[in-house]
Write a protein that binds this ligand. Structure first.
Ligand code: GLY
Length: 392
């Protein structure tokens, strides 16, 4: 059954004190994780509830460093700053040596680790790494079609497409423009979101995960899913990347048309939440389904809503805030972990990838913690308790 604001309001809300306590519990888990995850990183998802140490590879390692920075901001404890600074050096090495960076996810990796370090402490290595990452991302910009190519070698015909997740990589480009005074980074980001919104948002306000672009004409051709249930369905995390991605571009560009886009993708997300407000991994599934949840989708959406609410007119902002408070409360009630013996993650019941007939995934991290779910849960709690200055 479709959710309405009235039905969502039946759920208990989140308040500052409760969020503070939840944040304390999360910081406690992070503190206990430092010994194992300072020289190495958390795996993208947990295995039986526990992350294992990895090298600085894949698109996900920045989330763990971001959590450590949030823990540092919450407590001011030197142990967090020291650990995050060790990881910043690893990110500088990664971008200088181009280790596992043949993809667009420079924002996920470098905004939360290095831009964060630079903003919080003025770390010069962090600034250098983040600017190198922005340059590297800019190389993926395709003039024909005006977008950032997500995967594969740039210019390759079979990979000539964008994906909705990339909206979270754009803030690295906006930041690079601010720091260098060069408008070209922000211009690429603005062109990318224009192209993405032209093809990814469907008339019913759901979104495609990925969309191909014709290499010759630059025109969008067709959308397909990679991680959703069907090409035509709404992958819950993809819809959430849309919510937060639009909010972040609005923050930098203040383009009025983004307000309507934000409301459309967010209303779709809220309307399709199940009764307990923790989304299934795809909005094909609703209350009573036995399919797994993706708690991370909700954590991402909450952050996006709380960001965009800063810029909306009062009544609309209040509507979305009230929904976000309930969604966050549901995450805390049903998915949060504060006991390192049970799990070394913060947010249970995420799904990295779920196999279906139409998608191109195998099951991975199903009903597990994932490191971005943990990060966005912490960011959402931080947003509740303070006027947080973004790393994005
Ligand atoms: N950006 C990849 C994912 O959301 O799984």
């Amino acid at each position: 059954m479709a959710q309405t604001l009235e039905s969502i309001l039946n759920y208990p809300s989140m308040d500052v004190d409760t969020a503070n306590e939840a944040l304390d519990r999360s910081v406690g888990v992070i503190r206990e994780n430092l010994a194992e995850f300072t020289d190495r990183f958390q795996s993208s998802n947990s295995f039986g509830g526990f992350y294992v140490p990895t090298e600085n590879v894949e698109w996900t390692t920045g989330f763990w460093t971001g959590e450590i920075w949030l823990a540092y901001e919450h407590t001011g404890e030197a142990c967090f700053r020291k650990a995050a600074e060790i990881q910043v050096e690893s990110f500088l090495e990664r971008i200088e040596k181009k280790i596992d960076v043949n993809h667009h996810d420079m924002g996920f990796l470098f905004s939360l680790s290095c831009v964060a370090a630079y903003k919080l402490t003025g770390n010069a290595h962090a600034k250098k790494a983040a600017l190198l990452a922005a340059d590297h991302l800019a190389e993926r910009y395709r003039e024909k079609g005006q977008f950032l190519q997500a995967w594969g070698n740039v210019g390759e015909a079979k990979e000539y497409r964008l994906i909705i997740d990339c909206l979270l990589n754009l803030p690295l480009l906006y930041w690079a423009s601010e720091v260098t005074g060069q408008a070209r980074y922000a211009q690429m980001a603005e062109n990318h979101i224009r192209t993405a919104m032209k093809c990814i948002l469907r008339p019913d306000d759901s979104t495609y995960h990925t969309h191909f672009i014709d290499m010759e004409t630059g025109e969008p051709t067709y959308g397909v899913t990679h991680q959703g249930n069907r090409n035509g369905s709404a992958w819950a995390r993809g819809q959430a990347w849309g919510i937060y991605g639009i909010a972040l571009s609005y923050r930098y560009l203040k383009e009025p048309s983004y307000i309507d886009l934000f409301c459309r993708v967010t209303d779709y997300f809220i309307r399709h939440l199940p009764d307990d407000l923790v989304p299934y991994w795809d909005f094909d599934f609703d209350t009573g389904s036995t399919e797994p949840r993706d708690s991370s989708a909700s954590a991402i959406a909450v952050c996006g809503i709380l960001e965009m609410a800063k810029y909306l007119e009062k009544e609309r902002a209040e509507y979305y805030r009230q929904a976000a408070y309930r969604m966050l409360r549901a995450l805390m009630d049903r998915c949060s972990n504060g006991d390192i013996k049970k799990s070394n993650g913060l947010l249970l019941h995420g799904t990295y990838a779920r196999d279906s007939k139409e998608n191109t995934c195998t099951n991975r991290g199903v009903d597990e913690c994932n490191t971005w779910g943990d990060y966005f849960y912490m960011e959402a709690l931080t947003r509740m308790v303070t006027d947080w200055k973004l790393y994005w």
